[in-house]
Design a protein around this ligand. Structure first.
Ligand code: ZN
Length: 113
């Protein structure tokens, strides 16, 4: 369950940004989660109330999650494909040589007040 650790860090970050800006409440947080991180979005939804329960600044804050597909570019035939769906192999030529283009990120994309 490493989701709780990264979620705590994200919440810490949002809290300090909000305080730096003199805000006493956060309306929503948007997390961007790449599917190649292995994080399960459901766990973030589950742990969010736990991580924020003693922090009034997050009272009623909505957690929004955007998942980003794991996209890769085949180095042998230049095909674009979905890494998860194709299990890391190019569907066109079968090569595993690839450049990952997205889906490895975990970040706080947006904060609303
Ligand atoms: Zn290929």
């Amino acid at each position: 369950m490493h989701e709780i650790g990264v979620l705590t860090k994200a919440v810490d970050l949002v809290e300090s940004v909000a305080k730096d800006n003199g805000l006493d409440h956060v309306g929503y947080i948007t997390l961007e989660i790449g599917e190649l991180t292995g994080y399960v979005p459901l766990f973030f939804e589950k742990y969010f109330p736990v991580v924020t329960e003693d922090r009034p600044i997050f009272n009623g804050t909505e957690l929004r999650i955007q998942t980003v597909r794991g996209q890769a570019l085949c180095r042998d035939c230049q095909s674009l494909y979905n890494v998860m769906k194709q299990e890391g192999r190019c569907p066109k030529c079968g090569s595993r040589e690839k450049k990952i283009l997205g889906g490895q990120q975990f970040l706080v994309k947006d904060i609303g007040y």
